[in-house]
Write a protein that binds this ligand. Structure first.
Ligand code: ZN
Ligand code: ZN
Length: 128
């Protein structure tokens, strides 16, 4: 019987930086905070219940802020307040912007892996 498709070997969590996962198949993923928040898989962020998606756009805001001398004062920097395991298949992240409904399954983590190799693979699928 085959093991689950993607299993983490080791997970390193930095509440102010992001999450790194070493996978059992020797793959390594490094998720910056803003990217993870933007890829929140919950129903309100993805519009799963027929409502318009409320996707955040922290990655783009970070890029915009980086081009200026001062960071916008109205927006405290994003961080994770709490990270908790959900069974053995997922983790739930409690964000500093009050959002806490996102349950990130390891399948989802692997699907959104930002490394060059996975990005290329996703692009190939999208243009097929
Ligand atoms: Zn969400
Ligand atoms: Zn990858």
């Amino acid at each position: 019987m085959p093991a689950p498709a993607f299993e983490p070997e080791h997970i390193a969590i930095s509440k102010s930086k992001g999450i790194k996962i070493d996978w059992k198949d020797q793959h390594h993923s490094d998720y910056p905070l803003a990217y993870l928040r933007d890829e929140c898989p919950c129903a309100s962020c993805t519009g799963a219940h027929g409502t318009p998606p409320q996707k955040s756009n922290y990655s783009a805001e970070n890029r915009a802020a980086a081009g200026k001398e001062l960071f916008p004062m109205y927006k405290p920097s994003l961080r994770m307040l709490e990270v908790e395991a959900v069974g053995s298949y997922a983790i739930r992240i409690d964000w500093s912007d009050g959002h806490k409904t996102g349950i990130y399954s390891f399948d989802h983590f692997r699907k959104i892996c930002p490394c060059a190799e996975c990005k290329t693979a996703r692009k190939a699928v999208a243009t097929r």
